[in-house]
Design a protein around this ligand. Structure first.
Ligand code: PLP
Length: 440
């Protein structure tokens, strides 16, 4: 019996003992093809890169920990320089933390503090979207739209208005162009801001490419720009959650760069440390920094492990590997191959309703009926069985539970490491086809 309270406490999990590139090995010697970067779009540069081990070891040899109220470190400073150099225009400082949920909490608090310091204490509401997952902590859950993950905690959460997402597969009207749909979807934000009262709204939070709730849905062309205009019109801070889609995964250093998106606050985690250390970060605009520097002069929000030197050293080394090995470009190239492979294998599949994504972040949405788009009955537990069937065959994929507007979210996310070879990509598609056949 395990004394670890696992997510699946009644089940014995295999013990992972080794991992290299896209292959993971358990204690029984079984190997797994990792099509989802460690299981959750984290290990973006693959497993076992010795350059990261060296960087971590060197940092540990120098200093393991120093509280961020006393010291900064070379690793924290250089990592921030690197992130800001590649970030959307206007972002100028980095707040560190230990993961995605902490980063979202930090972003929400930063938005709130900004308006308090600007003398607008009425601005405290956060608007988000029904197709979203922003993390497991109370604030992040409150603004999230992932019903199964959120529902048990409902009485403990704050109210956040959730608008319709940008989800063309289900919401684009007959005869409507994608561009016209994008504008219509974005305008839901304006309606909501007006309904709430602009003087009460602090921020709007969205994933440029939706991850864990009916995943891999990119913003339609023009959507993020329209959202930016609406936020500017009503003095609402725009927060992009790139915890899952950022870090180069879409073939761009930050996913929103592809859309010309320019947030006031940008949240990253997962691929930032590539799984070598837990780390998340919030990038803030110069205007926000100025407000706080010229106002109270202190960030009111912090964690003990903020800017942890070893986590920063690992993430810095990961960023160097991505730059030196051309891995953002590799994510774009291998992503195009993955997409072509999925289109060829499943484009006509009777139970694959939609194939979507960007770069090495691709998803399939499964349906009972391709013509009507009717979802599978939830009692069939399609997602869970697909994951189990794939895993039993040594393939790791990421089907997450999630419903949106009553639609049962049977879908799978593929997010392999950027070091995937062309042969790895072909193998992922072939083995996924076997797992799907076994599940339908
Ligand atoms: N935001 C997004 C878009 C995510 O996908 C996740 C996790 O899946 C989070 C936030 C929360 O990150 P973490 O699990 O590191 O707390």
């Amino acid at each position: 019996m395990s004394h670890v309270f696992h997510r699946t406490p009644a089940r014995t999990l295999p013990r992972i003992v080794a991992a290299q590139g896209l292959r993971m090995t358990d204690a029984d010697g079984r190997t797994y093809l990792d099509a989802v970067s460690g299981g959750a779009a984290v290990s973006s540069i693959g497993h076992g890169d010795p350059r990261i081990t060296d960087a971590i070891t060197a940092q540990l040899g120098q200093v393991a920990y120093a509280h961020n109220g006393f010291f900064t470190s070379d690793a924290a400073e250089e990592l921030a320089d690197t992130l800001i150099a590649g970030a959307p225009e206007g972002l100028s400082r980095v707040i560190y933390c230990s993961g995605g949920s902490e980063a979202i909490e930090s972003a929400l608090k930063l938005a709130r503090q900004t308006f308090v310091e600007r003398g607008q204490p009425g601005k405290g509401k956060v608007i988000a979207r029904r197709q979203s997952y922003h993390g497991a902590t109370m604030g992040a859950l409150s603004i999230g739209g992932n019903v199964p993950r959120k529902a048990p905690y409902a009485p403990m959460l704050f109210d956040a208005p959730l608008i319709a997402p940008c989800y063309p597969y289900r919401d684009q009207a007959e005869g409507e162009t994608l561009e016209a749909y994008a504008i219509r979807a974005a305008d839901a934000l304006e309606e909501q801001i007006l309904a709430e009262g602009p003087e009460t709204v602090a921020a709007f939070v969205a994933e440029p490419v939706v991850g864990a709730t009916l995943g891999c849905v990119p913003a339609a062309p023009g959507y993020l720009k329209r959202i930016r205009e609406i936020c500017d019109r009503y003095d609402v801070l725009l927060v992009f959650d790139e915890v899952m889609c950022g870090g180069g995964r879409t073939g761009f250093a930050f996913a929103c760069l592809e859309d010309g998106g320019s947030p006031d606050i940008l949240v990253i985690a997962k691929g930032l440390g590539g799984g070598y250390q837990p780390i998340g970060a919030v990038l803030a605009s110069q205007a926000i920094v100025d407000t706080i520097v010229d106002g109270s002069g202190s960030l009111k929000q912090g964690f003990t492990y903020m800017a942890h030197p070893v986590a920063c050293a690992a993430a810095l080394a990961v960023q160097k590997v991505i730059a030196e090995d051309g891995l953002v470009e590799a994510a774009a190239a291998r992503g195009a191959q993955l997409r072509a492979g999925l289109d060829a294998a499943f484009g006509q599949h009777p139970h694959v309703g939609n194939i979507r994504g960007r770069g090495l972040f691709q998803g399939l949405e499964f349906v009972a009926d391709r013509e009507t788009k009717a979802p599978f009955d939830p009692s069939l537990a399609f997602n869970a069985r697909l994951k189990a069937n794939a895993f039993a065959d040594g393939l790791m994929v990421y089907p997450m539970p999630g419903t949106i507007d009553g639609i049962n979210g049977d879908h799978v996310v593929l997010a392999p490491a950027f070091v995937a070879t062309a042969a790895d990509i072909d193998e992922i598609v072939e083995r996924l086809a076997v797992a799907i056949d076994r599940t339908v």
